[in-house]
Design a protein around this ligand. Sequence first.
Ligand code: ADP
Ligand code: MG
Length: 805
Amino acid sequence: MNVEKTGRRLFGSGRCSSLSGSPGAAPMVHRMVEAMSQLQEEKAQLQEELVALRERLALCDSNQQGTSTQLQNQVENLKEKLISQAQEVSRLRSELGGTDLEKHRDLLMVENERLRQEMRRCEAELQELQELQAKPATPCPGCEHSQESAQLRNRLSQLQLEVAENKGMLSELNLEVQQKTDRLAEVELRLKDCLAEKAQEEERLSRRLRDSHETIASLRAQSPPVKYIIKTVEVESSKTKQALSECQARNQHLQEQVAMQRQVLKEMEQQLQSSHQLTAQLRAQIAMYESELERAHGQMLEEMQSLEEDKNRAIEEAFARAQVEMKAVHENLAGVRTNLLTLQPALRTLTNDYNGLKRQVRGFPLLLQEALRSVKAEIGQAIEEVNSSNQELLRKYRRELQLRKKCHNELVRLKGNIRVIARVRPVTKEDGEGPEATNAVTFDSDDDSIIHLLHKGKPVSFELDKVFSPQASQQDVFQEVQALITSCIDGFNVCIFAYGQTGAGKTYTMEGTPENPGINQRALQLLFSEVQEKASDWEYTITVSAAEIYNEALRDLLGKEPQEKLEIRLCPDGSGQLYVPGLTEFQVRSVDDINKVFEFGHTNRTTEFTNLNEHSSRSHALLIVTVRGVDGSTGLRTTGKLNLVDLAGSERVGKSGAEGNRLREAQHINKSLSALGDVIAALRSRQGHVPFRNSKLTYLLQDSLSGDSKTLMVVQVSPVEKNTSETLYSLKFAERVRSVELGPGSRRAELGSWSSQEHLEWEPACQTPQPTARAHSAPSSGTSSRPGSIRRKLQPSGKSRPVPV
Ligand code: ADP
Ligand code: MG
């Protein structure tokens, strides 16, 4: 730019100087000559200077030419270098540059992806294996497969761990690759920047070179004007001088330009040098990156290799295991196939059966409906038949029941409602020894109803309904009374008395011992078993009361206050039945319950009296068992009462001169036993009036003694000599009770049924017309031993009291 301006200035000034010359006079000529000479000198000087300048210019030119060629050469060199550098860079690029690295990275990524897929596949396989392992193992404890399976599981967990490690390593490598890729991109960017700088520098240099060329060209172009100026100077010195100065200025300027160019060149050289250094640095960096990349690549390859090996190993192991398992599965499959082959025919038959059944099932609802209809009709018919037969049976049953009762009544009528049996106890230690303890009782071997007593040397015989010898067991005696007890279930009232002197065995017969129980316990046991037998049709409840009559006072043995005297009252319902308000009644369901009741009653009696034996012989003990039944089918209700009475001793206490309490007791006992005898006699003779109210005992037992009730008296007999008097009285009482002749009025009454309501008020026993009875003498007196004959020969005795006091 400066060179251009300078060129124009020089050209312009040259043209002006040619126009500035002026003509002079003589002095003026002189001065002009002088001036001319001066000018000539100056001109010569200038010419010299010009020549020098020309030389210098030529030199400059040559210098400039040389410099320019040098510069051109340098530029060419630089261009070549740049080209080679670009080539080098492209080569480097192609070798290590972005493309290859990218390719390598891509390859790595592809490989990475492949590895990932491989890993996923391995994971899927592992998953399958885990599922296979998770499946319930076939129950073959202790077999080698379970061990192998455990090993495989361990190996699997190891492999899983290794896979996890490999994954970690892979992610690290990925990270490293990413970092290196980033660094490479950075280097590339820097390289690009350097290249751009270089290109700029190159452009700048080429521009300068072009400027230099232009300057040189302009300088060359300036040569003719200089020549013109010299010629002009030669003509016009002032002009020449001016031109000279201008030339000098120009020269100066050119020199400055050249210096500047040199400076620029120097700078360019320095820049070139620095760019060389930069290139070297870049190369070194590139080499370093190359080595780093190579190292990373090698490391990565190694890791990949090891990963590949691990993977291959794991795959091989998994494959081997899978093969083994596959083998086992194949074997199983073969077994299953053979099973299938064997099952197929069975399946075919089953399918056929199934189809057949299906067809049948389709038709089944219709068949079922038909069958149901016919079955319903049959069932209806059968129900009707059963109903009618049930009705018939029920009718028959009721008829039979009535018949049975009728028969029973007939039997009772034939047998007599009141039966008397005797039981002789064995001789005991208490009887002592000697003549008083000798046996005074004998029996008829042909007739078990006859008893012979040797009283004061005279034999006396008695006929009763049955006589039990001392050998008879409790069971034998019970068997005799059993029928009476069972009739209680059918709704009959029953009274069983034990009569006799103290020590004759009343309590033994009624209560017995724990080892050998008497009538009381056996009766209840029998009732339980009978009731259970009938339980399907009848529902029974059995209740028990225990009472004692002492000195005509009634006490409750099961009550909380046994001292309390109880009263006998008529039922307020107008039924005429008697009842004892406050008398405790226990429901018993088992033999245990009975034992508890007996125990309780016994304890009450024991605590009440100090001498139980003596007291018990002075009082009547009653066990009242009530059996209530309901027939489930007919709704028929029955109530039977069983009175088991252990009477007070019948011995004649008054005779021995008893006083006070003893006498009072004796009077009460005598009164009640007489009343009992009177009642029984009245009942047996079918009298219109039965004196029930004469004693508490008969009054209490009124409903169990009257009507179609049944009474049994067990007369207890002591066999020893010393008791023969009492034995004689007891047997007389028994026979009198039993052998009462039935009067004509009674016969009529026999046809009707007895009930407690029909009984009239009692008249004193002594005023009552007494039935006839007498004790008949021993066979020696001419009385027949046959019951019938004895009865026929009986005559009325006229005695009013059976038991003497
Ligand atoms: P009571 O009650 O009439 O006063 P007990 O029943 O107390 O008489 O009997 C008196 C004694 O005779 C008792 O020791 C009893 O064991 C005994 N005894 C009574 N009858 C028999 C018998 N049939 N067999 C064995 N011992 C008997
Ligand atoms: Mg007794």
